[in-house]
Design a protein around this ligand. Structure first.
Ligand code: 13P
Length: 234
């Protein structure tokens, strides 16, 4: 079971240090759950420092496929490794929607990150229109076609209509989508999309759900820790 907090573009260094100090205290006795936080690039170093010696891992929110070069604005896997970062999210729907990332690019980012020794959380998920048109499985099949199962790869199923909307997938929808993903790729599958302390338990106890990628509710240390505790009971 893995619970990862995707902070998106929130928390500079100061807030990150404060959060991580509190998180250490909250999770001191947690067992049976892997926990990761994914701060913005500029807050990774401080998170790595404050969480050193704990079981909480630090991951980035993206990673580029070239190790270095003239690629303004990008950060490479070796750079993240040098910082002590353990992994990266790749292909988040916000990257696809607002920054033009494609399935092919997601495949290349994932490959390079895994080859450099990072763990990867690769995100997939359909939009509301795609679900209404009955295309969910086609979309997932296409998004997953650039990935292959291997150690250190985890997929996050994040239906776009559930992200930041308060509309969580029903347990039936989540279970069905996760089972479909696992039928194509034999990897752990996290659920993401409006996960909160109030709904974490019913999602995390589903047989095909191996953890959660939490956005908004991961920004508050009490609510994030409470989701981690739910995971330890599931
Ligand atoms: P919310 O939990 O805020 O819906 O965000 C989910 C998400 O995008 C995690 O990557």
């Amino acid at each position: 079971m893995l619970i990862a907090g995707n902070w998106k573009m929130y928390k500079g260094q100061g807030e990150t240090a404060e959060f991580c100090i509190d998180l250490r205290r909250h999770l001191a006795d947690l067992e049976g759950v892997e926990v990761a936080v994914c701060p913005p690039f500029t807050s990774l170093a401080v998170a790595v420092q404050v969480l050193a010696g704990t079981d909480v891992a630090v991951a980035a929110q993206n990673v580029y496929w070239e190790p270095e070069g003239a690629f303004t604005g990008e950060v490479s896997a070796p750079m993240l490794r040098e910082l002590g970062v353990y992994g990266a999210i790749v292909g988040h729907s916000e990257r696809r929607q607002f920054f033009g990332e494609t399935d092919e690019g997601v495949g290349r980012r994932t490959r390079a990150a895994l080859d450099a020794g990072l763990s990867v959380i690769a995100c997939v998920g359909e939009t509301e229109e795609e679900r209404e048109r009955g295309e969910t499985e086609d979309v997932l099949r296409r998004q997953l076609s650039v990935l292959k199962a291997e150690d250190n790869l985890v997929v996050a199923y994040e239906p776009v209509w559930a992200i930041g909307t308060g509309k969580t997938a029903t347990p039936e929808i989540a279970q069905q989508a996760h089972a479909f993903i696992k039928s194509l790729l034999d990897v752990p599958v996290l659920y993401g999309g409006s996960v909160k302390p109030e709904n974490a338990e019913e999602l995390l106890e589903l047989p095909a759900v191996d953890g959660a990628l939490v956005g908004g509710a991961s920004l508050d240390v009490d609510s994030f820790a409470s989701i981690c505790l739910s995971a330890s009971r599931s």
